[in-house]
Design a protein around this ligand. Structure first.
Ligand SMILES: Nc1ncnc2c1ncn2[C@@H]1O[C@H](COP(=O)(O)OP(=O)(O)OP(=O)(O)O)[C@@H](O)[C@H]1O
Length: 257
């Protein structure tokens, strides 16, 4: 499914923090939203899963305003992981991941075979099998991040929105999560994620949208977008793209400007 934002504006604390953003995410695409701290990435993502109402503009899913979706319909369509992965209640990993199935069941309806299968698969994909009975409040930051991702996967959405999914993860799990998202995109899942690590962004995203002070500076394939000028001007770092022997590209960062 596709997502499109049309001139989305967000006002927080009396200030415009997202200022007329047009963005398009196609079916099966991995789109990276990048930009410095405070550029509006989280605020924009929150309008997609309706945690925040835009002050102007519209968010459309398959060309339908997201504002018109029923709560369960939206949850079956779009899943999100947020930066706040704190859990207040005493729940096990399995119980939290099972929350992802709520939108597929009626009230008070007990879990069916497909619910158990989806939860089991998500736990396995997020490498949480050894932790399934642990109280989520006792987990490390990276383990909690993986629980959030597993809950979103268990939701079996058509669109997945992830705010800094690699945050707190060790290198192996960072790559495993990005490879998993790529594989799911290959099956038609639309993925929108924020990333601070531009090397990961180059290697794992089909396209990047660069935000600065709430506005889109540029968008396109990573190798077109991440020029030395943009790295210096927007991110304040000295860096350049480098083509690898296998034809893929990476970005080398030498230091701050
Ligand atoms: N509740 C709030 N009240 C006032 N201002 C806010 C609020 N939440 C966020 N902001 C401000 O909105 C701007 C955009 O914040 P946002 O979290 O969207 O940025 P971001 O690009 O996700 O940043 P980061 O890379 O640090 O996560 C920032 O200047 C931030 O201080």
């Amino acid at each position: 499914m596709s997502v499109r934002t049309e001139g989305v504006r967000v006002a927080l604390g009396g200030r415009i923090v997202v200022d007329g953003v047009d963005l398009e995410l196609g079916a099966g695409e991995v789109l990276g939203l990048v930009g410095p701290n405070g550029s509006g990435k989280t605020s924009l993502l929150r309008t997609l899963y309706r945690a925040l109402a835009p002050a102007g503009g519209a968010v459309l899913v398959d060309e339908r305003p997201v504002a018109g979706f029923g709560r369960r319909e939206l949850a079956r369509t779009l899943a999100a992981t947020t930066q706040e992965s704190e859990h207040a209640a005493a729940l096990t990993v399995t119980e939290v991941v099972t929350q992802g199935r709520t939108c597929h069941r009626g009230w008070l309806e007990s879990l069916r075979a497909d619910d158990h299968a989806a939860v089991g698969e998500a736990i396995k994909l997020a490498d949480l099998e050894a932790l399934r009975d642990r109280d989520v409040r006792t987990l490390s930051g990276g383990e909690r991040q993986r629980v959030s991702i597993a809950r979103a996967l268990a939701q079996q959405p058509r669109i997945l929105v992830l705010d800094e999914p690699t945050n707190h993860l060790d290198l192996r799990h960072q790559l495993a999560v990005l490879e998993l998202l790529r594989a799911r995109a290959g099956e038609g899942l639309s993925v929108l994620l924020t990333l601070h690590d531009l090397r990961l962004a180059v290697e794992h995203c089909d396209r990047l949208v660069v935000l600065e002070e709430g506005r889109v500076v540029t968008a396109g394939p990573p190798v077109r977008v991440l020029t030395a000028d943009l790295l210096a001007g927007v991110f304040g770092v000295r860096g350049q793209l480098r083509e690898l022997a296998d034809g893929r590209s990476t970005v080398d960062i030498a230091g701050t400007v």
